[in-house]
Structure formats: structure tokens, C-alpha cells
Design a protein around this ligand. Structure first.
Ligand code: NIG
Length: 408
């Protein structure tokens, strides 16, 4: 089949973030050459075929003038939980009135999700993916974790692998170790975590593994302790899955140390870090993923994103869209928050929400607009990306392309 090339002109700022132009001594920083001004871009067969100064642009089959707008790689959202039914607005309202967040609310969503018919669950997830795309996200990871039986986790994993096969979603993660479900409560009312971990690492993993690329564990007081988390991760690795960890969200849970020790691709939340955690992350390939919308929605201390970057850690920003702690997939909002509240520069935040997310998913084809990358573009209704933080909350997404095709 003949391919069609498309030339995009009228680009005031083009954030290629081309990995070939990284400064190895300054990980997490954007170099001057990675942002072009008065630029053009050619897309061919769903990938970037050329990027450079407008004056040197080649011809193409089709052309579009973007009218002086900024173009970024689409957001790479490496952490979300989209397979659920029900909301927890009442829990959120209580939290805003002073109650603190605990992992227990996951059980409320698990009940609602288990009772949702298949077609309803599928349309809810599809709507949420469409919502993420509408905000400029073009590569999205999402997790199981609100089923917590073999049958319900398998149903979620199958749904995600179907959506990946259909080209709507990018990455799927098994999070059977999200919470010990109520049916495992012992006679003293305390959860029998060991027995549930046996299930997660045995029959559940065997059923789910063929449908996902990653395994994740919520390593936290009230969920799984470091020993239990290690069992889950080692079993996942033995089944051929890549490792991710929810760690150090509510306290110094040991999640960061475990993630680094086992070579996890990412440890997410990282709100409570000891100096040794920061050092370990800086000396590792494990990406520290911060979740600004979650920090706001739980009124938690903000993850020390700037400190992590300054120490030399690799940083990602993700939405953590879920009904308990972060009911938003708006990555532009997360980027604005990272600048306004976490004190990152705009360039650091944009990089963390694009290249950082890609690194957290161990992907090289997304998160940048270098030649050969997937043509995932976020065109802003603004001449410069700084408007994302300068005009927070404004609808600045003008156009989104995924694999070169316009989806917004
Ligand atoms: O990432 N931390 C664990 N999981 C989710 C919360 C899920 C929930 O409360 O429903 C999170 O914040």
C-alpha cells in the first residue's frame, strides 16, 4: 500500500526531545538542541520521517500549517488504573473535610468492579482512554487491580490486552497485589495476606501473565509489606514480566529499596524518601515516577521531584488516574502542578511527562519526536509550552495525533 507523507509547518516551538541529543551528564534536562523554533515536521507511515528548521523542510504529499503553535511529543502516562466501576466521591469529600487516605478504599471499588457487566466495564475503560487522549496523552499504561480474584483479574487483563490489540491502549500491568481482599480477612478481622499472596503468585499470575507485560505491587502499610512484595515481584519476573512498584506513598515503606534491588523499571509515588532512597534511585535505572494530581487529591506531602532530579535520578510524571486518589487523566494539569508546586522547570516537567514516562515503560519509540519515533504529537493552542504552567487549567490542547493519525 502506498504511504502518504504529511508536512506540518507553522510550528513556533518543536520539542523533539531527540534522545540522540541528550546530554549524558545532565539526565532529566532538556538541551537547547532538543527544542527547535520556527520548525517543520514530516510524518510518514505513522512515524517521524524528518524534523528541522521550516526553511529546510522537504516537500510531502500533504501539508498542514499549524499557525504558529507549539508541538510536543504526546504525553506518556505510565501509571493509571482505568479498569473500575463506581466512584468514591463521598470518600474524597470526607478527605477534604480532614479524614486521611488509607488503602482500604480500594475494596469499595473492587466490589463495584466485580459486579460490573463485561460490556459496561469495557465501555467505561474506553471512555477513560478517550478522555486521556483528549488531553494530549498518546501512550498510556493501565493496570488490573480492582478484581482481586483469579476470574476478575483475568477479565481485566483480557480487556486490556484486547484494547492493546485494537491499538487503543499501549501497556497493561497486573496488579493483583493491590490490596488483600475482604474475603481473606481472618477471624481476628486482620487480612490473611500470606494466603492471598500465594494466590497472586500462583494461580492468578499463571492466568493473567499471558495478557500483560508488567507486574506491580502496592508495597505499603495496609497493603503488602516488603517481604510479601518481593515474593510477588520475583514470581512476576520468573513469569517473564517487567517489574513496577507502588512505593513510599504513605510512609517509608521499603518500596523504593526493593524496586531498586530487583531492577524494577519504575517506582511510583515516592512521597516519603530517606536520603538513602534518593541515593539508591540516583544510582539506578529505576525511574522515580511522581504523581502530582494524586498528591494534591490526597493532600499528601508532594513527592520531592526537584530533589530527585538534582540528585541525578531519572524522573517521570504520570496521572495515576483512579477513583480513590487521583480521578483525573489530565497530564497537562500534572505538568502544570509539577512546575507550580514541585518547583520543576517547565522543560524538566515536559521531559518527565514524555521521555520520563517512556523510560518508565522501557520504550524508545515514544516520548520524543526524533526521526523514527512514533508520530505521537500534542499541538498546543499556544505559541510556547510554558503556557501549560502560565495558564493552568486552560484548554490548551489544539490537536493530538497518534501514530500520525489525528485523534483530536
Ligand atoms: O496509586 N496506591 C495504590 N493504588 C492507587 C489508589 C487506589 C485507590 O485508592 O483506589 C494509587 O494511589
Amino acid at each position: 500500500m502506498a504511504t502518504t507523507s504529511t508536512l506540518l509547518t507553522g510550528i513556533s516551538e518543536l520539542w523533539t526531545l531527540d534522545p540522540a541529543l541528550d546530554d549524558p551528564d545532565r539526565p532529566g534536562e532538556v538541551t537547547g538542541d532538543q527544542v527547535l523554533h520556527d520548525a517543520a515536521l514530516v510524518i510518514e507511515d505513522g512515524v517521524i520521517a524528518w524534523a528541522g528548521p521550516a526553511a529546510q523542510a522537504p516537500t510531502a504529499d500533504e501539508a498542514e500549517d499549524l499557525g504558529g503553535r507549539a508541538v510536543l511529543p504526546g504525553w506518556v502516562d505510565s501509571h493509571s488504573h482505568l479498569v473500575f466501576d463506581g466512584d468514591r466521591a463521598a470518600e474524597f469529600e470526607a478527605r477534604m473535610a480532614g479524614r486521611s487516605y488509607s488503602a482500604g478504599g480500594i475494596g469499595v471499588t473492587t466490589d463495584a468492579t466485580r459486579s460490573a457487566p463485561d460490556d459496561r466495564l469495557r465501555s467505561l475503560v474506553q471512555e477513560r482512554i478517550a478522555g486521556a487522549h483528549a488531553g494530549g496523552t498518546t501512550c498510556l499504561e493501565t493496570k488490573t487491580g480492582y478484581g482481586l480474584t483469579v476470574e476478575d483479574e483475568l477479565r481485566a487483563a483480557r480487556l486490556l490486552s484486547d484494547l492493546i490489540r485494537e491499538g487503543r491502549l499501549d501497556e497493561a500491568t497486573f496488579l493483583g497485589a493491590h490490596l488483600v481482599p475482604r474475603e481473606y480477612d481472618g477471624r481476628d478481622g486482620r487480612p490473611d495476606a500470606e494466603e492471598y499472596v500465594d494466590l497472586v503468585t500462583g494461580e492468578m499470575l499463571t492466568a493473567v501473565a499471558p495478557h500483560v507485560r508488567w507486574i506491580d505491587v502496592f508495597c505499603e502499610e495496609g497493603a503488602f509489606d516488603p517481604e510479601q512484595s518481593e515474593r510477588v515481584l520475583r514470581a512476576g519476573a520468573a513469569a517473564g514480566l517487567g517489574l513496577r512498584v507502588h512505593g513510599n506513598q504513605l510512609g517509608t515503606s521499603g518500596g523504593v529499596a526493593l524496586a531498586v534491588e530487583l531492577g524494577a523499571a519504575s517506582v511510583d509515588h515516592v512521597n516519603h524518601l530517606a536520603p538513602a532512597d534518593v541515593e539508591a534511585l540516583a544510582a539506578s535505572d529505576t525511574i522515580a515516577t511522581v504523581l502530582p494530581a494524586c498528591d494534591l487529591s490526597t493532600r499528601a506531602p508532594l513527592a520531592p521531584a526537584k530533589e530527585l532530579l538534582e540528585a541525578g535520578a531519572n524522573l517521570a510524571i504520570a496521572s495515576n488516574c483512579n477513583p480513590g486518589t487521583s480521578y483525573t487523566s489530565a497530564m497537562s494539569f500534572c505538568v502544570a502542578t509539577a512546575v507550580l508546586q514541585m518547583h520543576l522547570s517547565l522543560a524538566q516537567a515536559v521531559r518527565a511527562a514524555t521521555r520520563g514516562g517512556a523510560l518508565a515503560l522501557r520504550r524508545e519509540d515514544v516520548g520524543h519526536l526524533g526521526v523514527g519515533a512514533r508520530a505521537d504529537l500534542h499541538v498546543l493552542d499556544a505559541p510556547a509550552a510554558i503556557h501549560l504552567a502560565y495558564r493552568p487549567g486552560m484548554p490548551l490542547t489544539h490537536q493530538v495525533r497518534r501514530r500520525g493519525r489525528r485523534i483530536v
